[in-house]
Design a protein around this ligand. Structure first.
Ligand code: PLP
Length: 399
């Protein structure tokens, strides 16, 4: 059997390498032992780094006890995780449910919001990514969504959004929830203005809607705070989590404030899924939270992210091809002035031993490394970027 071809994996996107055999913290190793520094932390999920020894030993210990149970049964691991999360959110007597993927968590969060608020439409930002399911995917159905383009607010000097003629046309009646994805913006790192977020949240609440913070990518430290919404004056009713919660193991969560949870429970809502509240994922997530706390990774992310941004801003002075550098914590993007070169940059960076993210349609390079990334690797990726982006002609193929 060939080990080098992907003959049986359905190809839904270009595959960059087929020979990754192991990982250690921010490093990936190919079958031949070559090292690639992972500036995407898996798919933004391995926030503590790959193959973390403490996570490995929790997995081994837990599978020897039990990894999966019927959804009618629960465990100390699930209860402990619910307690951990409601404590982090400061939501006394809040409740949580655990699923497998971020998409599932967002879907369930939206369903619960509809159930409790009795609205049917959802409000979100045009640039927000919410799940892989058709109900939220682009292009979103106009009759089910109210979508706000926050980029039209760039440069706005108004002190109050209520005096904005564009926003005053929005109809907030019948909106079940404002689903706020804080700053990730589908990997484009478009940081929404606080004033606008506050305004939308207030108007939705006035009409009986809820606030759902979609923290699948921004939760658990990525932005230099525990949750991405902590950068805003907004208090959610429901928080969805995924990715970093399992450090690469698929576990997600919907965490719900007490009042919302009481409404859901009194409505006799029924929801059952095969991997609901599975002990293995919950045990892993409890350890992830413990490690983030013990290693002070929230503060570290804020400091190391600021260091990374400074390096990229310095690089921008030397590389005219860099249009903009933006970021929050270790959620960083670099926008280029020219189109159709991101994949060329990606290939060249990979050849130099750095796996970086790209968003070709937005001319964007992306850096979402593990929260444990070293300054040495940050300096290394910046040096490689300088070599690649400095040779403008090589990138465009123009002589
Ligand atoms: C903000 C956000 N929400 C939801 C999802 C969906 O999560 P998953 O891919 O685990 O289903 C993603 C995935 O990238 C995401 O970035």
């Amino acid at each position: 059997m060939s080990k080098h071809q992907l003959e049986h994996i359905l190809q839904c996107h270009p595959i960059a390498r087929t020979d990754i055999s192991r990982g250690c913290n921010t490093d990936l190793f190919t079958r031949d032992g070559a090292k690639i520094v992972d500036f995407e932390a898996g798919t933004w999920a391995a926030a503590l780094g790959h193959s973390h020894p403490r996570i490995n030993s929790i997995i081994i210990g837990q599978i020897e006890k039990i990894m999966h149970t019927h959804y009618k049964l629960t465990s100390d691991m699930a209860e402990d995780l619910a307690i951990n999360l409601v404590e982090l959110l400061n939501w006394k007597d809040g409740k949580a449910i655990f699923l497998s993927s971020g998409s599932e968590a967002v879907e369930l969060g939206m369903r619960l919001a509809r159930l409790v608020s009795r609205g049917d439409k959802m409000l979100t930002f045009q640039s927000s990514y919410l799940s892989a399911y058709p109900s939220t995917s682009f292009p979103r159905q106009e009759n089910a969504w109210v979508q706000v383009d926050h980029q039209q607010c760039n440069g706005c000097r108004k002190t109050e959004c209520s005096s904005c003629s564009v926003l005053s046309e929005l109809d907030f009646a019948g909106i079940a929830a404002f689903i706020f994805e804080p700053g990730n913006s589908g990997g484009r790192v478009l940081l929404q203005p606080n004033k606008l977020v506050k305004f939308l949240a207030r108007e939705v609440k006035k009409q009986g809607g809820l606030i759902v913070a979609n923290e699948v990518t921004t939760g658990l430290g990525r932005t230099g705070k525990w949750f991405g919404y902590n950068h805003y004056d907004l208090e959610p009713d429901i928080v969805t989590l995924g990715k970093a919660l399992g450090n690469g193991y698929p576990i997600s969560a919907v965490v719900i404030k007490k009042a919302v949870a009481s409404s859901v429970e009194s409505s006799n809502f029924v929801y059952a899924q095969s991997h609901q509240n599975d002990p293995l994922g919950c045990a892993i997530a409890n350890e992830v939270i413990a490690i983030i706390k013990e290693k002070n990774l929230i503060k570290r992310t804020s400091e190391v992210g600021a260091f990374f941004l400074r390096q990229l801003n310095m690089l921008q002075q030397e590389c005219p091809i860099i249009k903009e550098v933006r970021g929050r914590g270790l959620m960083i993007a670099l926008e280029l002035t020219i189109s159709d070169v991101t994949e060329n940059v990606f290939e060249k960076m990979l050849a130099k031993g750095y796996f970086i993210g790209t968003a070709p349609a937005a001319n964007l390079l992306r850096f979402y490394p593990a929260l444990t990334v070293s300054k040495k690797d940050i300096l290394g990726v910046c040096k490689a970027l300088k070599e690649v982006l400095g040779s403008h002609r090589v990138l465009t193929g123009k002589t």
